[in-house]
Design a protein around this ligand. Sequence first.
Ligand SMILES: *[C@@H]1O[C@H](CO)[C@@H](O)[C@H](O)[C@H]1NC(C)=O
Ligand SMILES: *[C@@H]1O[C@H](CO)[C@@H](O)[C@H](O)[C@H]1NC(C)=O
Ligand SMILES: *[C@@H]1O[C@H](CO)[C@@H](O)[C@H](O)[C@H]1NC(C)=O
Length: 365
Amino acid sequence: MESRTFLQVLCLAIVGLGFANAEVPAVFVLGDSTADVGTNNFLPGFKARADFPPNGIDFPSSRPTGRFSNGFNSADFLAMLMGFKRSPLPFFALAGNPKLLKRPSFRGVNFASAGSGILDMTGQTALTSSLSGVKNVVPLREQIEQLSAVHDNLTAIKGSAYTEILFSRSLFFISIGSNDLLSYFYSNSSVPKQEFISALGLEYEKQIMSILELGAKKIGIISVPPVGCCPSQRAFNESGGCLEGLNDLALEFHSTINALLMKLGSEYTDLKYSLGNAYEMTINVIDNPFPFGFKEVQTACCGVKRFNGEGICDKNANLCLNRHEYLFWDLFHPTMTASKLAALTLYAGEPRFVSPINFKQLAEA
Ligand SMILES: *[C@@H]1O[C@H](CO)[C@@H](O)[C@H](O)[C@H]1NC(C)=O
Ligand SMILES: *[C@@H]1O[C@H](CO)[C@@H](O)[C@H](O)[C@H]1NC(C)=O
Ligand SMILES: *[C@@H]1O[C@H](CO)[C@@H](O)[C@H](O)[C@H]1NC(C)=O
């Protein structure tokens, strides 16, 4: 296979520099709860956290880690497909232990913070912020500042040549936007939909550019799923259908991201990117669950009241038995089975689900 030969050559080059024998030398993850592996455990705000059972019930040792899942999430499965054990550690776990940056086994950082958004405002409750300056979540802009700090520390420890090569070959995976759309939808804002979506797109573009300025060349983005079909949102629809208004926002934001990536691709000629269409991927499963092994795509496995969508997943919630038959783990988040399917689709999927190239092609590019 031609791509295998190419991969071997690439691996040899990477091994020569002391990187791990994987498709990419490291993975840097940015985003919200869909990719958070424990960032929010380090924050004083107590709202958007999942470091208690039954979260993590299917994780090794049934350990709740802060992932909003019964086990691994999409960031973990993508990292596994790239040749690693699971997602890299949260930034705050490294920040308290800088030795971890120096280890030869360093393979990236996860900055994702549940509840966060592309906009700084998203996920910050006005009350806590104004009272104490304490943040509930780390917005994408600050996640990129942390990435920049990691870049500078690596440069200081391992030199600029190493850091430049590491950044140029690593995968930067971004999964964010749902919370911005949700807070706009529920804000009763007088800003028209089109105007909001373009402003959000412009801000996203600015932030992706600052990642590129740090030397990233391989960007993998997953757009916003049909959030209106989450159990938490179905619970608001008397007939139990998806909330169409929210789904429309998600669809429109996908087109906006697609356009901005095309623009960035023409401006940064060595940029390679993949855009996963979370909307298409999820609707495809909801419309036709059985071939994928799902039996329940409306009600969450763990939660409270209607669709198990009216309360978080904690020890007092209902808990289903056949977790692998559910699309949703809790009121907002996919099960481990669904996250694995999403990661596999990003990695090897056809252009309908991920374009212009899939994550495997991106890793090998
Ligand atoms: C890197 O350096 C900054 C200070 O510039 C520090 O705050 C941060 O915790 C360090 N650690 C890591 C893992 O980047
Ligand atoms: C938006 O409007 C609804 C109904 O008019 C109200 O219940 C809700 O509190 C409002 N939300 C905000 C954030 O103002
Ligand atoms: C509620 O669901 C039905 C389908 O069951 C759909 O036709 C309707 O538009 C939904 N309502 C809202 C407010 O989205």
